[in-house]
Design a protein around this ligand. Structure first.
Ligand code: HAM
Length: 439
């Protein structure tokens, strides 16, 4: 038997409705914030990720899925979405469009060769957003608000927004020098990875999981203390806007993020729920004002974020989120071969009218047919046998009200539609009968 690759998984039919519900919520909130969907290829030239995410990051140095194609070109399965979106914005000159600030979002699979565990996979899905063309901290605030709104729309409340600033290139350079000077006498006390990072990517030392609690790191200089005047102003304004928008946040001076392209604002959203295990970060993002230019595009500032959709779904388990209920409108029970032609016609009529309809294709017993109707969560069950054919009628039962009626066959579609239009006493939010609690 062939088995799936390590770190991958199937989204089975029993789970896909939860995925669809989350995707719908994401699309709804994206519309509210006026972000438009972009879809970019799953593989790109390897060089794109080396030049954007960064040669010395864990993602590029240890985790990419690289392959040569038959034309001997170096390809990489995308480990994240930002690089491809930036490539597309430059290649398609989206920055020159009538709309001066391009606001884009995407959803899709990403690939990282990581050690799999709960909430961490080798093929996973991100929902990300990127906005190009403005350096306004109002746009950073909008991004954070957008991310928080997605969580609110899914009724996830136990979340923490952490923000920090790395500042502009000058701030980053000043900070790097200060950090290197500070760490120089202490390098030998750091973990092995950090000893390498000291040479290749010193900023990453700040959020090392191993050295995190050490006194050396606690007392290390922090990026916020090295901001230029303009960078400080940018951060101060972001904080003011978040306050006005009533978005709760904490300033995490050690937050640096694992990709090289960030400048100014960086942020993460953690969920404080046990169902997530160790991988508590649902969303990470920040500003990347130099990346478009670094990838041979014009000098255009940008900001964005990405959620891990698997982690979102894991977090939703803690609030018993079920997604939208799966159902069909009609399950047609055909009793006898002679009735199949008429039944096929009725089913077709109902489907052409937009009803969700299914039937039993295995000629099973009445009991099995009823079980199937129940498994499909059918609102109506119709029975069509020899007696009904004789009388040109069909028996139909409303599973919700329990009412059973015999109607003329050509009335089937209209009958169901009329019933569906009647107001239901069920609450649309919690699906309880006569609920007074949900608004
Ligand atoms: P990232 O922090 O590398 O940022 O990933 C964003 C989110 O993707 C993480 O917070 C996590 O929820 C999810 N994620 C990452 N790796 C895995 C994995 N192996 N398994 C499951 N989920 C995972 C970025 O990717 C940036 N492109 C975000 C960004 C967009 N910054 C600016 N614009």
């Amino acid at each position: 038997m062939q088995r799936k690759m390590k770190g991958t998984y199937d989204i089975l039919p029993s789970e896909s409705s939860r995925w669809q519900a989350v995707e719908r919520a994401i699309r709804r909130v994206s519309k509210i914030y006026n972000y438009k969907e972009i879809r970019t290829p799953i593989f790109e030239q390897s060089e794109l990720f080396h030049r954007s995410v960064g040669e010395d990051t864990d993602i590029v140095s240890k985790e990419t899925y690289d392959f040569k194609d038959r034309g001997d070109r170096d390809n990489t399965l995308r480990p994240e979405g930002t690089a491809g979106v930036v490539r597309s914005v430059i290649e398609n000159k989206l920055y020159a469009a009538d709309i001066p600030v391009q606001k884009l979002y995407y959803m899709g699979p990403m690939f990282r060769y990581e050690r799999p565990q709960k909430g961490r996979y080798r093929q996973f899905h991100q929902f990300g957003a990127e906005a190009f063309g403005s350096n306004s901290p109002l746009l950073d605030a909008e991004m954070i608000s957008y991310a928080v709104s997605v969580l609110k729309s899914l009724k996830l409340k136990e979340v923490t927004v952490k923000i920090n600033s790395l500042g502009d290139s000058q701030s980053k350079e000043d900070y790097k020098i200060a950090l290197l000077n500070y760490l120089e006498p202490n390098v030998k006390h750091l973990c092995k990875d950090c000893q390498t990072r000291y040479k290749t990517n010193p900023l990453r030392i700040l959020d090392c999981k191993v050295d995190k609690g050490s006194l050396v790191l606690k007392e290390a200089p922090k990026p916020l203390d090295y901001l230029t005047k303009e960078s400080q102003e940018h951060f101060d304004n972001l904080v003011k806007y978040l306050d006005q928008m009533d978005i709760a946040y904490t300033i995490d001076k050690a937050l640096v993020r694992g990709l090289d392209y960030y400048t100014h604002t960086v942020f993460e959203v953690d969920a404080n729920v046990s169902s997530l295990g160790a991988q508590k970060t649902l969303c990470g993002g920040g500003r990347y004002n130099n990346l478009v230019n670094d990838l041979d595009g014009p000098d255009i500032p940008a900001v964005g974020f990405a959620f891990g959709i698997e982690r979102l779904l894991l977090a939703l388990e803690s609030i018993d989120y079920k997604g939208d209920a799966e159902y069909i409108h009609l399950f047609m029970m055909i009793l006898g071969d002679d009735q199949k032609e008429d039944a096929a016609k009725m089913i077709q009529r109902c489907r052409l009218g937009g009803l969700y309809v299914d039937t039993d294709f295995l000629d099973r017993s009445m009991k099995s047919k009823f079980n199937q109707a129940e498994s499909h969560n059918a609102r109506f069950v119709a029975i069509y046998g020899a007696n009904e054919k004789e009388a040109n009628t069909i028996n139909i039962k409303d599973q919700e009200s329990g009412i059973q009626e015999t109607i003329e066959t050509d009335q089937l579609y209209t009958y169901i539609m009329t019933k569906l239009m009647e107001p239901s006493s069920k609450c649309e939010t919690c699906e309880d009968d006569d609920c007074d609690d949900c608004s």
